[in-house]
Structure formats: structure tokens, C-alpha cells
Design a protein around this ligand. Structure first.
Ligand SMILES: Cc1cc2nc3c(=O)[nH]c(=O)nc-3n(C[C@H](O)[C@H](O)[C@H](O)COP(=O)(O)O)c2cc1C
Length: 362
């Protein structure tokens, strides 16, 4: 039987094990979105993951609305990322860049102008800015020219990722950001061929994947979704119909791997998830499926044994357990993550979580 410690291949990327580090925004770049040596240290500490998915990384100034998050649209950012990819490779790991356009979730204060989205909508709650939280601004509906430009930005960022030494990319199609804003009927009210029917709502993500695959080869491309729960005001009235149609499309496009952040229980604020879609996607899609969300060693093993997932990704456990793979192998306890330092900047709560004590492993 397949275990978490067996190797697996995601297209061109050979993973030493099936324990993936989920993408985690940690806000340790600078205002110019340039990665640095501290980030290289953090990622290298976690290189025993079969694959690290980088924190969400802006494809353009317009698309990046998180203070101190990194980007991949200029030369200085490519040079910064080289520090990270070289350190991870040196430590024997693999790393993919998560490509991010936040759409309506970018506050104008971040320098990208009025935010763009599938439609003119306003996200609920508050945006992160350098001056603290502020209400979101209403987005402008993207024109066809905007769509072409942004699709081009994804392709350029993918090329920059490869130039930076990444092993591949993951398009961020989850969590209510731009790709998700086009996919779902709670945020896409377009009346042209990018909105309305499921077929039309799949058009933007299809064009993004074709462009990114065309730029770097589809064997280096993955994509992430959060199918079954309301996130940042984005959800769908028919997730099962949408995501089974998407599975067929991903199969046609030959996307080699996908990651699904599937919720299994209500959030702390009481948002109730719909049924998981991965059981229905599995027979329609022959690529590798990574499942994510609230796993520990025991539940990850159980999920792998069900035969839907090819790998499991861990987010918060990787923040506080840099040697998560070794801990899972040893059945050692997992250290809890300190939420106060998730986005606080600096080394504290970032590179100072200790690896497991030798004594604990024994
Ligand atoms: C601090 C933090 C930052 C996150 N940043 C990202 C991100 O950049 N991109 C993304 O797709 N998901 C992001 N997520 C979601 C995680 O990848 C993951 O889906 C979530 O934490 C659930 O998995 P877990 O229970 O293993 O932590 C973030 C979550 C946390 C806690």
C-alpha cells in the first residue's frame, strides 16, 4: 500500500515523498516584493517536504495586495527568488511558485490602481494595507483587453519562475482570488462568454493554464482550488457541477497535478462546507491529486489509503515543524504554530521553530 513516504511524480517534478508543504503567505519580503536570505533560510529548513509550494506570489503590481508578500514580475524579484530556490535545492528539496492575482482583493493603497475582477463587485470584510485594515474597494469589470493582458502576466511570471530556478508553478485558483472570482457564480456576473454558464466560467482559468503551459511546458504546471466552502465572499451554488466540469477540462489540458483545499467541518465563524468534490473529480482526472486541510499524520495516512489523494499537503504544521516529514515518520508530536507571528515580519516565529530533538525521535 502507498504510504506518505513513497516517491511520486507530478509531471516533470519527482517528489521524494507525498508530504507537500502547502502555500503559506508569511509577509517577509519588502515593499518592492523582493525575496531575501531570511526567506531562503525558512524554505531550506523545510526542504524535506516532497514538494514545497511557495507562498502566494504576485504576478504583477496590479495583482498583489498583501503587504510584504513577494512578486515575480521583475528582475530584482527573480534575483531574490534565486536565493530561495538555490537554498532549497542545496538541501535536496523541490519548490514550485504559487502564481497569484488577487483581483478584487487588492486594495488601491497597494499601488495597483482600482482593483479588477470578473465583475464590478466588492469583497466583504477588510483588506490588508500598510496602514492597517481598510474596507475593500469596488472592482472594475475586466475588459477583454484586460483579460488578455492578465493572461500574459501569468505567462511572464511563469517564465520568471523558471528563470528563478523554481521546479514548476502552481496557479492560485483558490480562496476567492481572481481565478476563483471568474469561476464562481457568487462573483462572476458577466454576460459575455466569460460568464454565465459553467463552460463560460471555465474560460478564464483555461486561458491562464494554456498560457502558462505554453510558456514553460504543461509538465511544470499545477493548480490549486478551494472547491467546497465560502472564502472571502466567493462560493458557488453548484460546486459539484462546476468542479466535475473542471476535472474534465484539466484532463483535456493535461495539467499534471492539482491541489484541493477541501473543508471537512465548519469554520470557527460557522461557515458550513458543501460536500467534498474530490471523490467525483477522481474518476474524471488522471493527474495527481493533493488534498489539503486540517490533516495530521493519522488522518493523512487514512486519506491516502482511501485512494483519492496521491499526496497530502500541510500548511500550519509546516510553519511550526520545519522537519515535519521526519516527525511524521517518527510518530513524534507536532509543535503548535503561533498565529501571532504568521505575518509579523522578521525571524521570530519564522526561522526559529526547532527541529525535533534527537531524544524525541528515539
Ligand atoms: C498563515 C497562512 C498563510 C496562508 N497563505 C496561503 C497562500 O499564500 N496561498 C494559499 O493558497 N493558501 C494559503 N493559506 C492556506 C493554507 O495553504 C492551507 O490551505 C490552510 O492552512 C489549511 O491547511 P492546514 O490545515 O494544513 O494548515 C494560508 C494559511 C495560513 C494559516
Amino acid at each position: 500500500m502507498t504510504t506518505l513516504f513513497d516517491p511520486v511524480r507530478f509531471g516533470a517534478i519527482a517528489l521524494a515523498n507525498r508530504i507537500v508543504m502547502a502555500p503559506l503567505t508569511r509577509a517577509r519580503s519588502n515593499r518592492d516584493a523582493i525575496p531575501n536570505a531570511l526567506m531562503a533560510e525558512y524554505y531550506a529548513q523545510r526542504a524535506s517536504a516532497g514538494l514545497i509550494i511557495s507562498e502566494a506570489t504576485g504576478i504583477s503590481r496590479e495583482g498583489l495586495g498583501w503587504p510584504n508578500a513577494p512578486g515575480l514580475w521583475n528582475e530584482a524579484q527573480v534575483e531574490g527568488w534565486k536565493l530561495v530556490t538555490e537554498a532549497v535545492h542545496e538541501a535536496g528539496g523541490k519548490i514550485a511558485a504559487q502564481l497569484w492575482h488577487m483581483g478584487r482583493l487588492v486594495h488601491p493603497d497597494l499601488g495597483g490602481g482600482r482593483p479588477v475582477s470578473a465583475s464590478a463587485t466588492t469583497a466583504p470584510d477588510y483588506a490588508h494595507t500598510y496602514e492597517g485594515k481598510k474596507p475593500y474597494a469596488q472592482s472594475r469589470e475586466m475588459t477583454k483587453a484586460d483579460i488578455q493582458r492578465v493572461v500574459g502576466d501569468y505567462a511572464t511570471a511563469a517564465k520568471n519562475a523558471i528563470a528563478s530556478g523554481f521546479d514548476g508553478v502552481q496557479v492560485h485558483g483558490a480562496n476567492g482570488y481572481l481565478v476563483d472570482q471568474f469561476l464562481r457564480d457568487s462573483s462572476n456576473f458577466r454576460t459575455d462568454n466569460y460568464g454565465g454558464s459553467i463552460e463560460n466560467r471555465l474560460r478564464f482559468v483555461t486561458e491562464v493554464l494554456e498560457a502558462v503551459g505554453g510558456a514553460i511546458g504543461m509538465e511544470r504546471v499545477g493548480i490549486r482550488f478551494s472547491p467546497n466552502i465560502l472564502v472571502q465572499g466567493v462560493e458557488d451554488s453548484e460546486p459539484l457541477a462546476l468542479f466535475t466540469a473542471l476535472a474534465v477540462r484539466l484532463e483535456e489540458l493535461k495539467v499534471p497535478w492539482i491541489e484541493l483545499r477541501e473543508a471537512h467541518r465548519p469554520t470557527p465563524t460557522g461557515v458550513v462546507p458543501a460536500e467534498p468534490v474530490s471523490p467525483a473529480m477522481r474518476p474524471l482526472y488522471s493527474g495527481k491529486i493533493v488534498l489539503n486541510g486540517d490533516y495530521d499524520g493519522a488522518s493523512a495516512r487514512a486519506r491516502l489509503a482511501e485512494g483519492i489523494a496521491d499526496a497530502i499537503s500541510f500548511g500550519r504544521p509546516f510553519i511550526s515543524n520545519p522537519d515535519l516529514v521526519e516527525r511524521l515518520k517518527a510518530g513524534a508530536p507536532l509543535a503548535p504554530a503561533d498565529t501571532g507571528t504568521f505575518y509579523s515580519g522578521g525571524p521570530s516565529g519564522y526561522v526559529d521553530y526547532p527541529a525535533m530533538d534527537e531524544a524525541e525521535a528515539a
